[in-house]
Design a protein around this ligand. Structure first.
Ligand code: CA
Length: 233
């Protein structure tokens, strides 16, 4: 058996029917699944073996999904594990909060199982396929993609998983304007004008963390953002 090569997906959800439907579809698609009914179980499963991705419901009997997400993203061992949040329509606020806590994607209930499978595949593929790799160094900013670390003037900077991906995207596209819609699509894997403020919020925060490198991410008025290399000006 080649069981170990199947990506392991942890489903954290207390509604049995949803878990069953997701498990069936994900297994059909070649994933290994484990499930947890609440936060306590979720952390127990993660301690046993870190999953490759987590599908996380917001409403759980003990701890909220957002709190679980915050803990996962705040722990070095699990910070890079992608998290897909399941939310109900009425949870707009929580949804945004989820993103600010570093969730990598979200799916609104009721969802199509097919869509969930596609999102899981997309999130696992992310960063592997696609465009040119990001530059290692732009001005004072140095990116160590493999180790998932960022340094500015040789000082390490602590970024959330999302900020890291945003910076990585900028460093892969130096000198090219990125619209908010592009960034939403490529960094957040979302579409929709309503969410573009999210981009501004995170760019602002990322800039603040970049210290002397902050001005390398320029605001291109009416368009979006661009990272420029001072050596190329
Ligand atoms: Ca639930």
């Amino acid at each position: 058996m080649t069981r170990d090569v199947h990506p392991r997906i942890l489903i954290v959800e207390d509604e049995k029917d949803i878990v069953q439907v997701l498990e069936f579809a994900l297994r059909q698609a070649g994933f290994e699944t484990v499930s947890a009914r609440d936060g306590g179980e979720a952390f127990a499963r993660i301690r046993e073996k870190a999953p490759d991705a987590v599908i996380l419901d917001l409403m759980l009997p003990d701890i909220s999904g957002t709190e679980i997400c915050r803990q996962l993203k705040g722990n070095a061992r699990t910070a890079t594990v992608p998290v897909i949040m399941l939310t109900a329509r009425s949870e707009e606020v929580d949804r945004v909060v989820g993103f600010e806590l570093g969730a990598d994607d979200y799916i609104t209930k009721p969802f199509s199982v097919r869509e969930v499978v596609l999102r899981v595949k997309a999130i696992l593929r992310r960063g592997v396929a696609g465009e040119a790799p990001p530059r290692e160094q732009v001005g004072p900013i140095r990116l160590d993609t493999e180790a998932h670390r960022v340094f500015v003037d040789s000082q390490e900077v602590d970024l959330t998983a999302l900020e890291f991906r945003l910076l990585e995207t900028f460093m892969a596209r130096v000198g090219r304007v990125q619209t908010r819609e592009q960034l939403l699509r490529d960094v957040w894997q979302m579409t929709g004008e309503l969410q573009t403020r999210t981009v501004d919020t995170h760019v602002k925060r990322l800039r603040e963390k970049l210290g002397s490198g902050r001005d390398l991410i320029e605001t291109v008025r009416g368009l979006g953002y661009r990272m420029s290399d001072p050596a190329e000006k």
